[in-house]
Design a protein around this ligand. Structure first.
Ligand code: CTP
Length: 416
């Protein structure tokens, strides 16, 4: 519930603005006091009249309106909020927030507030994945802005698909409750969950490294879903171009050895999910200085094996071992057989297997393959057998996995 909480909702100018009207309703039915600021562009999509009728108050839009400034003023609007919510957060608004621009009421409030800021991005997938927006989102995350979404799925533009849809109003309202600490306990409340995500970078010299194509989308979605389910989540992430998921403690690492150290430091945990694509090998004797061409020979790259993080955690004993250890298996052929062998070899409880070949992706309706995509088709391999899950967005797969984890932990607790 949000009884007595003052939420300042900033509506940006995007087609998703129509969903912000429903969002006002969702916040109000939870007891929140909602004040609305609209950008000029937002008013082309929804009217201040509609937003005002739903919020039961005046809608603010002008920085230089004498009456508004005397009445409340942008500084008071900024100060009197328990949380500032930007929905939809357009690429333009995110860029202005990153640079501290304050040329209109919305951006002036965002710069003046000291309340937590929650942003629900919504834009075309090409704009969301543009390096500039990615850079801005990462910077805003580092500045303390919390993100919810965007979700993957069909866009308003016909035929467009990908991450860019604004999170649903209910999801946003739940994220507000989480941020303000007023949510009702989820199925993982009181549990500690550890997740690894992304690739690792293994240095060759100070400027070069060995890496892989993991985007971190699946691991980050699992961390976000576990946090939504009420868990205390630590996400150990290799280098990715994704913002930190809301309500998650993130440890940023580069190499497999750093990932292992961060994982060990995050234990104990009730469940540990290893979604990272850890480099199997690192370069023996990383050069302290940049390797230079000498025109006659190429430098030999000797490799040594990295520690297997999943296997080392799965083989821990006593309370140090999480009750549920879940590994991933990215395979290009004999997917199930390899996943079953991997489960036995690594000593984990479950393996989430996926076919990362182009053919496997196409067979599951993911034409470009699973790596870097927003969808995933997985098989859950447990002691009891194999479950073939339907193709879904990485968020849907994450939610399903988290629901299974909650069910299993709660059943194990009830039985003990
Ligand atoms: N993993 C890990 N540490 C490593 C290698 C892998 O924790 N050094 C984890 C991954 O996070 C994943 C699982 O092990 O959960 C399987 O990774 P995968 O790369 O598919 O397996 P490999 O051990 O590399 O086996 P292979 O290369 O033979 O397929």
């Amino acid at each position: 519930m949000l009884t007595g909480k003052r939420i300042l909702l900033i509506i940006g100018g995007g087609i998703a603005a129509y969903k912000s009207l429903d969002l006002i309703r969702r916040l109000k039915e939870r007891g929140a006091d909602v004040r609305v600021v609209m950008t000029e562009a937002a008013q082309r999509f929804v009217t201040p009249l509609a937003a005002g009728a739903l919020s039961h108050g005046k809608v603010f839009a002008e920085l230089f309106d004498r009456e508004d400034e005397q009445d409340i003023g942008h500084i008071r609007l900024a100060r009197e909020a328990d949380l500032v919510l930007v929905a939809p957060a357009t690429a333009d608004l995110l860029a202005k927030m990153t640079h501290g621009l304050a040329g209109d009421l919305a951006t002036a409030v965002l710069l003046a507030t000291r309340a937590p800021i929650l942003a629900a991005p919504a834009m075309n997938p090409a704009m969301w994945s543009h390096p500039t927006t990615v850079r801005n989102a990462v910077q805003l995350g580092a500045d303390g802005v919390v993100f919810i979404g965007p979700n993957a799925g069909a866009m308003a533009e016909r035929g467009e698909d990908g991450a860019g849809r604004m999170a649903e109003p209910v999801e946003i309202a739940e994220a507000v409750e989480r941020l303000l600490g007023t949510s009702t306990p989820g199925p993982l409340a009181g549990r500690r969950v550890l997740v690894t995500s992304g690739p690792t970078h293994e240095p060759i010299d100070p400027v070069r490294y060995i890496a892989n194509r993991s985007s971190g989308k699946q691991g980050h979605a699992i961390a976000a879903a576990a946090a939504s389910a009420g868990a205390q989540v630590t996400l150990v992430s290799g280098p990715v171009g994704l913002p930190d998921p809301p309500g998650v403690a993130v440890r940023h690492v580069e190499t497999a050895r750093e990932m292992l150290a961060a994982v060990e430091a995050a234990l104990p945990a009730d469940a540990a999910i290893f979604a990272a694509a850890v480099a199997d090998w690192r370069v023996a004797g990383e050069a302290a200085q940049k390797l230079k061409k000498d025109g006659t020979s190429v430098p030999p790259l000797a490799l040594v094996e990295n520690p297997d993080i999943l296997s080392s955690v799965a083989h821990l004993s006593g309370n140090r071992r999480p009750r549920l250890v879940v590994g991933f298996a990215a395979e290009t052929h004999n997917v199930i057989a390899h996943a079953q062998a991997k489960r036995a070899r690594k000593g984990c409880d479950w393996i989430v297997a996926n076919d990362v070949s182009m053919d496997g992706g196409a067979a599951s309706g993911i034409p470009g393959g699973v790596m870097g995509a927003d969808s995933n088709a997985v098989h859950l391999v447990t002691e009891a057998g194999v479950e073939h899950w339907p193709t879904g967005t990485k968020t849907e797969v994450a939610r399903r996995l988290v629901a299974r984890i909650a069910e299993t932990l709660n059943a194990a607790e009830a039985a003990s």
